[in-house]
Design a protein around this ligand. Structure first.
Ligand code: PMP
Length: 395
């Protein structure tokens, strides 16, 4: 054992929860993924997936990804910059740019590395970054990698945002960065008001549409489209790991900005490009989302049904307006216990504790897919009500 091992030997938080039998992480799925999965050998209802469109096991997407593997191989063995650009990457970029209403787009191997690579590439010394304090970890990391002055405002508090904007040099670049849909709380960024402030203070806006794509706006074009503010948003980021049933991400914006990013974003230049299978899967999913509006309608029908059911049952669900339903617990240990009790009842949900939320805001996160049925939601509400009552979290 050396100093390095000594440094971590005292870290026993996982073991503490394992000893109590409520450790909730790294459960293993060994079946196909839809609203029901086999997990740790047990059949459970999946209420913890981000595959909002329910497309992860769609035959057409599977076929597209197999065909791409057969045509191009299993990997690209290089970055987009050099040997790693396939025609399907370029096609997908064109389709995504058109979909979100921007000039051009760039595809990355993960959504995380979009935020991590783009933010320090667009704002540097002398510029400002202004973030909502609930922005996703990948935005936080991108912000930390930038030499820009870093400012933060209270979650969705527009007065606080304005105060931060007033601190900035009027002639400096000021980039406001927000999740369009906040990933744990399910509420939306107040984009109309952020756009008004952008105009007042000559700022720019970057919106992370990870949880908005496929869900909000015409044909699932996202939260910017939903609010009708696409023209006023400078950069739109999205991921393929949620509604698009794959893995990867993209950034879209004006062609001058994208031209700079194509040659300067480090996670674009120095990271191997996404696999043919992942690229073709995302592309096929995009085609399906555009051509099957009934899927979005189904997602909203089941979302509205679940929102009402959880509210009526007495759960505290905050300000959510999306298929992400936070059930507040407000106690870390109880959050793990209730997650385990739900699992024993055949329901998989995600516990959310710091740093994914503030310490007083721990919750379990329920997420809906277009393929969930009302019977499945009824079952979840009934069993979760029982578990939450037993622990005294709700009356
Ligand atoms: N942004 C947000 C808001 C997210 O929730 C996530 C992932 N959960 C990411 C970015 C990163 O995307 P990915 O997991 O697809 O790399």
């Amino acid at each position: 054992m050396g100093l390095l091992q000594d440094k971590f030997a005292k870290y026993d938080l996982p073991q503490q929860f394992m000893a109590k039998g409520v450790y909730p992480y790294f459960r293993t799925i060994n079946s196909h993924q839809d609203t029901e999965v086999m997990m740790d050998g047990k059949k459970v209802l999946m209420f913890g997936s981000n595959a909002y469109m329910g497309l992860t096991y769609d035959k057409r997407i599977i076929d597209a990804s197999i065909a791409a593997t057969e045509k191009y191989g299993t990997g690209c063995a290089g970055s987009r910059f050099l040997n790693g650009t396939l025609d399907i990457h370029v096609e997908l970029e064109k389709e995504l740019a058109e979909f979100v209403g921007k000039d051009e787009a760039l595809c990355f191997s993960t959504g995380f590395t979009v935020n991590e690579g783009i933010i320090p590439a667009v704002v540097g010394r002398g510029d400002y970054i202004i973030c909502d304090d609930r922005d996703h970890a990948s935005i936080v990391d991108g912000r930390r990698l930038s030499f820009a002055t870093q400012l933060k405002y209270k979650h969705n508090d527009m007065e606080d945002l304005e105060k931060e904007l007033q601190k900035c040099e009027p002639d400096a670049v000021k980039l406001i960065i927000v999740d369009g849909v906040f990933s744990m709380e399910g509420d939306l960024a107040n984009l109309p008001e952020i756009v008004r402030l952008k105009k007042k203070y000559n700022a720019s806006i970057y919106v992370d549409e990870a949880h908005g794509l496929g869900v909000f706006g015409k044909q699932g074009r996202g939260v910017c489209d939903h609010f009708g503010v696409t023209e006023d948003i400078d950069l739109i980021m999205g991921t393929f790991s949620k509604s698009l049933a794959s893995i990867g991400g993209f950034i879209a914006g004006d062609k001058e900005v994208i031209n700079w990013l194509r040659h300067n974003a480090r996670s674009y230049i120095f990271q191997a490009s996404s696999t043919p299978a992942a690229t073709a899967a995302a592309r096929e999913a995009l085609h399906i989302i555009k051509s099957e509006p009934e899927r979005i309608q189904r997602l909203w029908d089941i979302t509205n049904y679940a929102l009402k059911s959880f509210r009526d049952a007495g759960f505290e669900i905050g300000e959510t307006e999306s298929p992400i339903i936070p059930l507040y617990v407000r106690d870390t240990e109880k959050t793990f216990v209730v997650t385990k009790m739900a699992f024993d009842e055949g329901i998989f949900i995600n516990p959310v504790i710091p740093p994914a939320c503030a310490p007083q805001d721990t919750l379990v996160r329920v997420a809906l897919m277009a393929t969930h049925t009302k019977e499945q939601v009824d079952y979840a509400v009934e069993k979760l009500t029982k578990c939450f009552r037993e622990l005294g979290i709700i009356k």
